[in-house]
Ligand binder design. Structure first.
Ligand code: ZN
Ligand code: ZN
Length: 645
């Protein structure tokens, strides 16, 4: 498998989708490895919770950013849980806006680009901010400001990107002594540096409009910078007089009417975005553009375990992929697996691994010593599954066509920005290369909920971990399984309770008693009983297909209540009940199936089908459920609307 994972790395490399660069990466000092942005949660290592640091290391990346727009667009048509789509849209972070250049006053030809999603506020710019790492900072800083600026830049280097984003330390920043020109009105505004502006996002510089951006408002308030209103609520636009306006208490971020905005004064601000952008474009000082928050996928890991990145460095020939015939590049046997403290890979300590010959010129050369992120392995496993016994190809075309893409995929919402995004990217790239025929890996994805205990996430800390084995030993796997899906809606989960589990034990016992103690009648059931049966089949069928296991079980419970009150148990009823129970309670249903003379195995029988004529009724019963449990059953005319019910 890891031979083919290395092969995928190489085809992406040849396609220009894998590259190496010196980068400030997230570094976990405890795990002693680099982390992808997706693996850093609130400034902490996702694996061990240690605060993440920044280190400059040569790293391999995949150009997932080339696919940002398509990863976004396809979310519109794939059938996925909304919670995952929302998380991916947020992570990809598309912004449409205006990019324009601000010349630096007194420096001929020196200018910097800024990006804004609010061109309608451009007349309200009262200062500009550069990221401390911005290349212009040393050039434009005035001599009297230099010491303070240098100290601030040095301090910023010790902070991780996450610490800078979180910004709990309050607003900090330093004036460079230089001024920029606002191309909207020709005004000079002071240029500051501040660590909340990141060199890696957008252009690494911002125009600041404190009246209409809360972060800028706080910064301007802290440092006594001008706050100039250029958008007001529509009701306040008529007779607007800056002299009589009370000072703003917070940024006004809503839409409104433009004021103090030259030729655009009086324009509605939403229309103003387009109008100002067009005006900048006409004058050749700006252009409309799109930016994304998504960064390239860092795949280098300085660990032992993982597929070695299949690259050879030759002094004469440069960077070369290992020839396909030499794959896989195997991990060497080593005594010491532990990562080093210096940031270099443990493989770097193994000369027999590092030293090799150049596949081009045959001279001595060195191997890459990083391994790839294990998320690369998991990004394509489903493509390998149908062809797992093929050694000669990564996947067989016919088998792949037969089995893929994945019809239905269930997983935890915590995978939204990691596995579920990475596997979509790999799929799109392989599709572009003509290697697979689908562009999205999973037709349907559903995020499952979480089962809690006493209202809390189960953890050793709280001592509330439920061990299913104990319950399986006591009640059997069927009861445990059915209770686990009955506990609440599948996408939400619920709270585990021994008392409620007891209810499931009794339900299974009642079915057992019904089937084993009744003589089964070979006659047809009366019409009313057949109607109830076919309505139940319809409900259970539809609920199971929609992963509504809890309401499917509730329907079976109602049905059991119904047939227990009937004078006789008929063959069609017993058979259908067990067939519907089979996917939920496979062991008990198999046993009971045998007892009513059913052919082995119940799991190889046809699913019962309902007769639409029996489902349509003069009067129907509407079960009222709360948290998946039936509280009441209403009888209403079959053609009732939802409101009438
Ligand atoms: Zn860690
Ligand atoms: Zn060479």
């Amino acid at each position: 498998y890891y031979k083919w994972t290395q092969w995928i790395f190489e085809i992406l490399y040849r396609r220009g989708l894998a590259y190496r660069k010196l980068a400030h990466v997230n570094w976990c000092p405890k795990d002693k490895t680099a982390l992808a942005n997706e693996e850093v949660v609130g400034g902490l290592c996702e694996r061990c919770g240690t605060p993440v640091e920044k280190r400059a290391i040569e790293q391999w990346f995949f150009k997932i950013t080339d696919y940002a727009q398509r990863l976004l667009d396809n979310l519109d048509w794939i059938d996925w849980s909304e919670v995952i789509k929302v998380a991916q849209r947020e992570w990809i972070g598309r912004s449409e806006g205006l990019e324009f250049r601000m010349p630096v006053a007194g420096h001929e030809g020196v200018e910097f680009a800024v990006f804004t999603t609010r061109p309608d506020t451009v007349f309200g710019v009262t200062y500009a901010v550069l990221a401390p790492e911005h290349h212009l900072v040393p050039i434009i800083t005035t001599p009297d400001r230099r010491a303070e600026v240098d100290a601030y830049v040095a301090r910023t280097r010790t902070l991780s990107e996450q610490e800078r984003k979180i910004g709990e330390r309050g607003k900090t920043g330093v004036f460079t002594g230089a001024y920029a020109v606002n191309p909207a009105n020709g005004e000079r505004v002071p240029i500051w540096i501040a660590d909340y502006v990141l060199a890696t996002y957008g252009t690494g510089a911002i125009m600041a409009v404190p009246a209409h951006d809360q972060r800028d408002f706080e910064f301007a308030t802290e440092f006594g910078l001008e706050i100039r209103e250029v958008i007001v609520p529509p009701a306040e636009a008529t007779g607007y007089d800056p002299a009589t306006r009370p000072p703003l208490q917070a940024a006004y971020v809503d839409a409104g009417v433009m004021v103090n905005s030259g030729r655009f004064t009086g324009t509605e601000s939403v229309a103003g975005k387009t109008a100002v952008s067009e005006w900048f474009e006409e004058r050749g000082v700006g252009k409309r553009t799109v930016i994304y928050k998504l960064r390239d996928w860092l795949i280098s890991r300085q660990r032992y375990w993982g597929p070695p990145i299949p690259i050879i460095y030759c002094d004469d020939c440069g960077t070369l992929p290992v020839p396909e015939k030499d794959l896989p590049v195997l991990l060497p046997d080593v005594d010491e697996y532990v990562p080093t403290t210096t940031g270099s890979s443990p493989l770097g300590r193994v000369p027999s691994f590092v030293n090799t010959t150049c596949p081009e010129c045959g001279k001595p050369a060195r191997r890459e010593t990083d391994v790839s992120d294990t998320f690369l392995d998991s990004a394509w496993y489903f493509i390998r599954y149908p062809s797992a016994d093929r050694d000669d190809v990564p996947w067989d075309a016919d088998l792949t066509r037969k089995w893929l893409p994945v019809t239905s995929y269930i997983g935890g919402p915590e995978h939204a920005r990691l596995h579920l995004l990475y596997s979509r990217f790999i799929c799109l790239a392989l599709n572009d290369l003509g290697l697979i025929e689908f562009s999205e890996p999973y037709k349907r994805f559903r995020a499952h909920g979480l089962i809690t205990k006493d209202g809390r996430k189960m953890s050793k800390t709280w001592g509330n971990v439920v061990n299913p084995d104990e319950y399986i030993d006591k009640y059997g796997a069927d009861v445990m399984r059915m209770y686990a899906v009955f506990i609440g809606p599948y996408d939400q989960g619920g709270d585990f309770s021994d008392r409620d589990l007891g209810g499931m034990v009794r339900f299974i016992h009642r079915i057992w008693t019904l089937i084993t103690t009744n003589q089964i009648s070979g006659h047809a059931a009366p019409l009313s009983a057949r109607q109830m049966l076919h309505r139940t089949i319809k409900r259970v069928t539809e609920d199971l297909e929609a992963l509504k296991f809890n309401t499917a079980i509730a329907a079976l419970m109602e049905y059991l209540n119904f047939i227990q009150k009937q004078p006789a148990l008929h063959a069609e009823e017993a058979r259908s009940l067990l067939l519907m129970l089979a996917p939920l309670a496979p062991f008990v249903s198999e046993e009971l199936w045998e007892r009513i003379g059913g052919k082995y195995s119940i799991h190889q029988q046809r699913w019962p089908e309902y007769d639409p004529a029996l489902v349509a009724l003069d009067e129907i019963e509407v079960p009222v459920q709360v948290n998946g449990r039936v509280r009441e059953v209403l009888k209403v005319p079959a053609d009732s609307t939802e409101e009438q019910v």
